[in-house]
Each structure stands twice: as structure tokens, then as C-alpha cells.
Design a protein around this ligand. Structure first.
Ligand code: GDP
Ligand code: IMO
Ligand code: MG
Length: 422
């Protein structure tokens, strides 16, 4: 059975931990979209690992990990990431990490263009991770991007960079920013590419071979459904399809190869960066930050926090085709005496069960809440459903009912072992 793991909120739902947990019974772990804007934290064997581009399956040693064609590849960033986890004792070889030769490369000018655009937007900025994600996907769609396959012929690569810089430099100059020479750009990326070259291949036949021979494949989503460029809170989104549909185009494996979609959501809601957040609540944010929780894994920014929003989860379950829910950080609510859940939106006096498409309507949402009594019990030692306090069971049961999907996994702490299966 092949499974997609995707986030149902604004990212950071705890996908990395769930992927790591499910990897035990998988053979291959694939990333199909996003780039090193992602930050997936896994705590295993008493160590903390933060992965940005490398699939979380790398921590199991004996699994194949694939960075698919839909990922935007920061070659310099990936080299640093490999070095970091190698220093932590994880081995990364061309046997356990394959990179698609069709993946687009994040170039130095993409990062500058990302930052420049954000600065120009002023108080309307998106709050991007400044990893060059938007400009790289824009070049892909605009047919002027560079793929890893372009890196094998160095003379031609230099020409391609020169051609692309004609436009990129014009934009940078418009923002009064330093421009690039093709040689500087080339020098910056080529060393990194040479380090990665043994990993770069046509990953699609490998993936198909694995599927046909009955291997188990996990797809590790990055970001969350409300950062999806089609279904998210546009324009406050990332530039890829983060929902399950992106899996096929991002990897080259057809939709009917996938049987299961695990939707990951926190027991509350968080968001990093700008954009609408109807259930945002500063008091909850202060509560988590005081406990050292909810700081971004990539940029270190404090995450905005709020109550669980079932309008978002309901629609995300629909769009992703969620077959199983994984509810994470249940333990985060252990000390709360009253827990609120948003079940619908009031917009201009009308009740809405689904999020609006109109960006201006988001500013006029009043969440409709129901209140649940807390459990005021430490859940972190629970190892089964029966170990959970009754009020926590009721909360999860209600969540499943509102989502229209069963809660199959429950996270009650950051460690591998703190995962309950129902
Ligand atoms: P991802 O981007 O979806 O992989 O999530 P992140 O790793 O960015 O953020 C999730 C954070 O929550 C990380 O620090 C995890 O270690 C932590 N985490 C995941 N699941 C649980 C859980 O069930 N309980 C607690 N307390 N922390 C968790
Ligand atoms: P993981 O995989 C949370 C957010 C940024 C910003 C918006 C656009 O760890 O869940 P971008 O750099 O992609 O152009 O930024 O998307 N964002 C994330 N927020 N988790 C992530 O990834 C994110 N990746 C991007 O903060 O609001
Ligand atoms: Mg994250």
C-alpha cells in the first residue's frame, strides 16, 4: 500500500515525525514538491534532526529516498544539509538518496529576487522563507528555469545562465540591488552540483520498478493545504501544489499507484508568515512560546497560534482525499481547561462550512466556536487509546466527526514512541 502524507493546515503539522514513524514499514520515501522552505523535525534515537530537502526516511539507513522532479533544489543548501546530518552520524550515499534530473534548481538570483519582491511589497509582504522558492517555480512555469539535467554540460550551462541573467539582472537593477555575472553564479552552483552528481538520475523508472514489484512507497508532503497555490489562502501561499494531487506530477508515479492519504493536523492551529488566520489567538501563542514550543524549524520565527479550525480541516480532507487523520501535539493541550474548536465561519451574517475563495472575505470572518472541557492530565506517557483521558478521547472523536475521516494516529510527544495508533 502506497501512502501520501500531507499537511492539512499551514505547514509544520508534524509531518516529519509521522513520516519517520511510517517509514519503519516502508521501502521508499519520496518528496515531490517544495524545497528547503520546509523544515521537518524528527526526534529519533535521542537525537534531533531537522530535514529541509532530504526525505525523513534517510534516518532509517536502509531505505531509498527520492527527491522528485517537482521539488525545487537548492544545490548549495542540500550539500549543507547532507553535511549536517552526516555530522550527526547518518550516512548519505547514492544508494540511499536519489535526486531527479528533472528537478529545477534554485539559483542565487532566485533568492535575491525573492527577498527583493518581499521588500517591495512592504506591509503586504507574504513573509516567505526567502529561499527563492517563488521565483524558481515562476521560472519553471515561465520556461526559463534550469534543471539538474542542464548541469552536466558546463559550457552550455554557462550560456544558459548568461541568457537567464539578462532578465534577472534587469529586475534586480530596478530594485537598486547588485546584479550577477554568469561566472559568479556558475561558480557558486557548480561545486555543489559536482558533490551531488552521483545522486542525480532519472528517478522515475526506479519508482515504477518499486511500485511494480510491490514495494511500499511513502510520499512526504511539505508545507500544508492552506499554503497550496490553488487551494490555500492565496496569495499568502507557497508556489507549489502541497495537496495530495501534487504527488503524481511531482514524482512521475500515476494517481492509481496511491491507495492512502494520511492528513496531518495539529490539535490546534499554527501559521508562520503573513496571511489570514481566523482562529488566531495571542494568548495561546504566548502559552506555547513560554514553553519553548512553536518556533519555525527553517527560519526560527515564532509561529502564530490559534484554536483548531475545522472549516479548514473539513475542506482539506475533501481536497486531499484524506483516508486517515494523524492528530499531532495532543499533549500541547494538556494544561488547557477549556478548548475551543471552530466549526463554521460567519461571513457577513451568513454561515459557511468551507473556506472562501475571495481573499477579501477572509478579513470578514467571525469564527463560530464550540467549547470542550479540557482533560488537565499529562498525556505524554499514554501508549494506547485506552490510556488517554476520557475528555481527550471525546475531543478526538468529535474532530473525526467534523472532518469526516477517522483519526488513525495520535501524537502525544515529539519522540518516535509517542505515537498512538487507533
Ligand atoms: P513538519 O514541518 O510538518 O514536519 O513539522 P515541524 O517539524 O516543522 O514542526 C512540528 C514540531 O512539533 C516539531 O518540533 C516536532 O518535533 C514537534 N512534534 C511533532 N509531533 C508532536 C507531538 O505529538 N507532540 C509534541 N509535543 N511535539 C510534536
Ligand atoms: P513545512 O514543510 C510552514 C510559508 C512561509 C510563507 C509562505 C510562502 O515545514 O511544513 P515560501 O518561502 O514557500 O515562498 O513562503 O509559506 N511556508 C511554510 N510555513 N511550514 C513550511 O514547511 C513552510 N514552507 C513555506 O512562511 O508564509
Ligand atoms: Mg516544518
Amino acid at each position: 500500500m502506497n501512502t501520501v502524507i500531507c499537511g492539512l493546515q499551514w505547514g509544520d503539522e508534524g509531518k516529519g515525525k509521522i513520516v519517520d514513524y511510517l517509514t519503519e514499514t516502508a521501502d521508499i520515501v519520496v518528496r515531490g514538491q517544495g524545497g528547503n522552505n520546509a523544515g521537518h523535525t524528527v526526534i529519533a534515537n535521542g537525537q534531533k534532526y531537522v530535514l529541509h530537502l532530504i526525505p525523513s526516511g534517510i534516518l532509517w539507513g536502509n531505505k531509498t529516498n527520492i527527491i522528485g522532479n517537482g521539488v525545487v533544489m537548492d544545490v548549495v543548501g542540500l550539500c549543507e544539509e547532507i553535511k549536517e546530518i552526516e555530522d550527526q552520524g547518518v550516512s548519505v550515499t547514492p544508494d540511499n538518496l536519489l535526486i531527479s534530473d528533472r528537478a529545477h534548481v534554485v539559483m542565487p538570483y532566485h533568492k535575491e529576487l525573492d527577498a527583493a519582491r518581499e521588500a517591495a511589497l512592504g506591509d503586504k509582504k507574504i513573509g516567505t522563507t526567502k529561499r527563492g522558492i517563488g521565483p524558481t517555480y515562476a521560472d519553471k512555469a515561465n520556461r526559463c528555469g534550469l534543471r539538474l539535467a542542464d548541469f552536466f554540460d558546463e559550457a552550455k550551462l554557462l550560456e544558459k545562465i548568461e541568457l537567464r541573467l539578462v532578465d534577472a539582472n534587469e529586475v534586480l537593477a530596478k530594485y537598486d540591488l547588485p546584479t550577477f555575472t554568469a561566472k559568479d553564479v556558475f561558480d557558486e552552483v557548480i561545486t555543489a552540483f559536482k558533490r551531488l552528481k552521483p545522486h542525480v538520475t532519472n528517478t522515475i523508472p526506479t519508482l515504477h520498478g518499486a511500485w511494480k514489484s510491490g514495494k511500499t512507497i511513502l510520499f512526504e508532503g511539505a508545507q500544508g493545504s492552506y499554503l497550496d497555490v490553488d487551494f490555500g489562502t492565496y496569495p499568502f501561499v507557497t508556489s507549489s501544489n502541497t495537496t495530495s494531487g501534487g504527488t503524481s506530477t511531482g514524482s512521475g508515479l500515476a494517481p492509481h499507484a496511491i491507495q492512502r492519504v494520511v492528513g496531518v493536523c495539529k490539535a490546534y492551529t499554527t501559521r508562520v508568515g503573513a496571511g489570514p488566520f481566523p482562529t488566531e489567538n495571542d494568548e495561546i501563542g504566548e502559552f506555547f512560546h513560554a514553553r519553548g514550543m512553536e518556533f519555525g524549524a527553517t527560519t526560527g520565527r515564532p509561529r502564530r497560534c490559534g484554536w483548531l479550525d475545522m472549516v479548514l480541516i473539513r475542506f482539506a480532507c475533501m481536497v486531499n482525499g484524506v483516508t486517515d487523520l494523524a492528530v499531532t501535539i495532543l499533549d500541547g493541550l494538556d494544561e488547557r481547561d477549556v478548548i475551543k474548536v471552530c466549526i463554521a465561519y460567519d461571513i457577513d451574517g451568513e454561515r459557511h462550512e468551507f473556506p472562501p475563495a475571495d481573499r477579501d472575505a477572509w478579513d470578514r470572518i467571525t469564527p463560530i466556536y464550540e467549547e470542550h472541557p479540557g482533560w488537565l492530565t499529562d498525556t505524554t506517557k499514554a501508549r494506547s487509546w485506552d490510556d488517554l483521558p476520557e475528555n481527550a478521547q471525546k475531543y478526538l472523536t468529535r474532530l473525526a466527526e467534523l472532518a469526516g475521516a477517522p483519526v488513525t494516529y495520535i501524537g502525544n510527544g515529539p519522540e518516535r514512541e509517542q505515537t498512538i495508533i487507533r
